[in-house]
Design a protein around this ligand. Sequence first.
Ligand code: ADP
Ligand code: MG
Length: 236
Amino acid sequence: MLLEVKDIHISYGDIQAICGVSFCLERGELVSIIGANGAGKTSILNSVMGIFPPQKGAIYFKGQDITTMPVHQRARIGIRIVPERSRVFPRLTVYENLMTGVYGLKNKLPIDERVSWLYEVFPILKERHNQIGSTLSGGEQQQLSIARALISDPELLLVDEVSMGLMPKLVEQVFGVLEQLNRGHGLTILLVEQNAFASLNISARGYVLETGTCVLHGDAKELMDNPRVKEVYLGH
Ligand SMILES: Nc1ncnc2c1ncn2[C@@H]1O[C@H](COP(=O)(O)OP(=O)(O)O)[C@@H](O)[C@H]1O
Ligand SMILES: [Mg+2]
């Protein structure tokens, strides 16, 4: 098991955001947590990244208890996040933006190799190599955010609502890249999304989150056929 989250509880003052959520990811899996606005998706990802650890429960990465480990250390052991509404640096070039993902890491990485690899996965970024961030389209900026998180070769990528604010065609493009990263390169990805269709469509398994608890989980295709998921999340 690559990631194991056991019965976590997260509250902000009096607000109980997460109440006893458990889930897991095998190495090489792409798993979605779907839920409406305010369900607790960001709270879960932030707890796995260490930005806001849970007050109760435990998080294990490769069998190691990381529940209270600081963010930079989690980054070093292979966890990276594409945060919600993640923005690129508007005045830096695509290449310079990518380099901001390298900071803080002790190990010397073969940076040039990583950049060439990322330019293969994201050909549009190669084309835009010297262009400044503010001139990229929304979909290109999302791809750059994902690439920036990948430059340090993480083992687990956490992706927070990458479809937010994107036109359907761009959602398809960005999710296509995530699917390719998972299927073609074996990257383990945890997606949290309001866009249930787009995310379940590329996932092996899914969890449905409602006001801080997991109400359903299972095979992604089965979830998409589930009457409740259809009605609430797929709009039919
Ligand atoms: N920093 C915070 N302070 C107070 N309440 C918060 C904070 N962050 C999130 N919440 C609340 O916790 C609940 C879950 O939020 P969040 O994890 O952001 O959900 P989602 O990402 O699914 O929209 C919501 O009720 C939200 O208002
Ligand atoms: Mg959120």
